[in-house]
Design a protein around this ligand. Structure first.
Ligand code: PTJ
Length: 248
């Protein structure tokens, strides 16, 4: 039982959700490791949304709202941490939601779909085919979903599929706390923020932006600048920590 007044309550609750979902086979065992890496980067970034991440989140909302066929690709970790938030984001943006897994089993697909549906998500179903040029099972997707999306949100992604989706001409948005990852460097737009904070901010932005604001954000999108900013935030955070230590 995690007390509500614990200074790192939110982070510990997320860890507990991941652990429970791993026991339920919603999160892959490898996903527990991925979450730990995410936690470490969140620590480095100060466990908060930086100003440049907020710009990235607003830009993500603008891209999804202006897409012809926006799709959100959901894996085990994303479902475990944010099933209810994915439902809100789907409602605000009209995006299709497709389950796509790296460590794919039919059992996990069923369990993740059930969890999403229990939280109000409309999950795309249909014939799954090996449509992406990848040797692993992330190649498996639905023709009317991921395969034909023009804008795709792929939270907590692996670099391979991100690269292929970009090569296929899609606008790829990722959420990844590690600004150095291959995915972060390959995507068209990288949100360096914790998944649940990021989805909440994208959804809020999708509710509140004018057409003019959306247009401006899309025109000004510069992912290299956003990544540099994220790395700078980590460096500043570390430098502040060193100063505090020196004064102690
Ligand atoms: O459910 P599956 O089978 O599709 O598997 C999903 C995982 C996450 C296991 C798979 O996609 C994977 O191995 O991902 P990676 O290569 O570990 O990349 C995940 C990235 O997300 C890493 O750079 C982590 O730092 C980052 N990350 C982890 N948790 C969070 C996060 N970023 C934002 N918010 C988080 N909560």
């Amino acid at each position: 039982m995690i007390p509500k007044d614990h200074p790192r309550y939110e982070s510990l609750i997320r860890r507990e959700k991941i652990a429970e979902a791993a026991w339920d086979k919603i999160v892959a065992m490898e996903g527990v490791g991925s979450h730990g890496r995410g936690e470490a980067f969140d620590y480095l970034i100060g466990e908060k949304t930086t100003p440049s991440a907020l710009i990235a989140e607003k830009t993500a909302a603008a891209l999804l709202l202006n897409a012809k066929k926006p799709v959100i690709s959901v894996n085990g970790n994303t479902a475990a941490l944010a099933a209810d938030q994915i439902s809100d984001l789907q409602k605000k943006t009209g995006a299709l939601v497709e389950v796509n897994l790296f460590h794919r089993t039919e059992e996990r697909i069923q369990k993740i779909t059930k969890l999403l549906e229990e939280n109000g998500v409309i999950v795309l179903k249909g014939k799954t085919e090996r449509l992406l040029p990848l040797s692993h099972d992330r190649a498996l997707c639905i023709q009317e979903g991921i395969y034909s999306a023009d804008v795709i949100l792929v939270p907590l992604e692996d670099g391979d599929r991100c690269e292929k989706l970009v090569e296929m001409g899609k606008t790829v948005i990722t959420i990844d706390l590690n600004p150095l990852s291959r995915t972060a460097r390959t995507a068209d737009l990288t949100i360096v923020d914790e998944l649940t904070r990021a989805i909440a901010n994208i959804t809020e932005a999708a509710e509140n932006m004018t057409q003019e604001q959306q247009k401006k954000l899309i025109e000004n999108l510069d992912n290299k600048k956003l990544l540099k900013s994220a790395i700078k935030s980590i460096m500043e955070n570390l430098s502040d920590a060193m100063d505090r230590k020196a004064q102690a």
